[in-house]
Write a protein that binds this ligand. Sequence first.
Ligand SMILES: Cc1cc2nc3c(=O)[nH]c(=O)nc-3n(C[C@H](O)[C@H](O)[C@H](O)COP(=O)(O)OP(=O)(O)OC[C@H]3O[C@@H](n4cnc5c(N)ncnc54)[C@H](O)[C@@H]3O)c2cc1C
Length: 404
Amino acid sequence: MRGETPLRLAPWSLDADLDDDGFRAALRGWLAPAYARFAAAWPGGPRPRDLDFRRAWEDALCASGWSGLGWPEAYGGRALPLSRQAIFHEEHARCGAPLGVNLIGHGILAPTLLHFGSEAQKRRFLPGILSNREIWCQGYSEPGAGSDLAAVRTRAEPVPNGYLLNGHKIWTSFADRARWCFVLARTDPQAPRHRGLSFLLVDMHSAGVRVEPIRQITGEAEFCEVFFEDVRVTGDCLLGEENQGWKIAMAAASFERGTYFIPRLVRFAQELRQVRDLARRPDAHGRVPASSEAVRHQWARLAADSHVLALKSRRALGAAMRGDPPGPEGSSTKIHWSEAHQRLLELSMQMLGEAACLGESEMDEQTANLAHAYLWSRAETILAGTSEIQRSIIAEQLLGLPKG
Ligand SMILES: Cc1cc2nc3c(=O)[nH]c(=O)nc-3n(C[C@H](O)[C@H](O)[C@H](O)COP(=O)(O)OP(=O)(O)OC[C@H]3O[C@@H](n4cnc5c(N)ncnc54)[C@H](O)[C@@H]3O)c2cc1C
């Protein structure tokens, strides 16, 4: 479907005089019908789990001007304050639109480039993200370096005019669709672990790059192994200074903190309502799950989780708007969301029973979405820092407990 976007969206212009409520109302009035029309025009109907559908919707949004929301206008951005960006993410999720496939480009690499990039790098790379023409992936994890990221062994050997890259990355989301990858690689093997790493922008079309998708429990293969074999990286693709990659990677991880959970929590609340409706429906044996005290108890606990998570997300947004440095509270939200989301989807599977075990072609859309979300949620306590690592951060930095 790439290149055959079924519906172009009309450009949406911003009225600078609107207050936040007016902005939200105007955005909702434009976005929800635009998404509904786009989805209805997709061949075979809406496919929000399909990567081609997600990419096409993201392309259409970018083409209509909903891209670079927080970037300076000098780079084609909208220069919207964080509060308006948050409203956009909330309304986007509320109308049922899926996350895009260039999440890493828009959410992580673009703000990192704006902060650390040279003028030439900004001019070279930002337009491709703004238009969604160039997808990015993140090449950090390796078979021997996940939670312990400083153990990265991929080697970028300085050579005339750049680096020679050799190594093996894994779990690289969207690597098979990405044109570029930002890679954490070791440029000084003699330096202490964190100090010998550099942040390189690697063209995935370079000779010596090999991508092998990894099939997941959902049946999809959206993340990959990436092999670098004598890949030439030119010196102008070093972001920041040589051996300063750790500092840049840590900063890159903090740029999304005000808005990361917003679409995820909107979805949590939507799924919670679906589970409530399922619980009120008699099952195949005529039993109504909601009449069980245990089910009501689980649902009520999840409703409380949803509310508390929304408050935590609002507090994180406030802190980011004030410019406070990221703190260990983010770890508490990450654990809370990922573990509550797994409980929510386990409950949904309990409601759906054997209907959730049929092949996808035999499921209705809601069952297929929940079954897929249930399988995918297994990854949520691993990605972006496992629950064990988050608990250690809370123990040490929030509770002041001694290191074990
Ligand atoms: C869906 C998904 C998408 C991802 N996308 C990307 C991507 O785009 N780019 C990228 O670079 N990476 C990506 N990752 C990788 C992710 O960052 C790593 O999986 C994560 O950092 C954990 O590393 P690991 O898998 O090597 O597990 P390990 O670090 O080997 O951990 C294995 C187990 O040991 C525990 N453990 C490890 N160290 C400690 C410790 N010190 N104390 C207590 N327990 C510990 C862990 O909690 C875990 O249970 C993705 C992962 C997932 C699931």
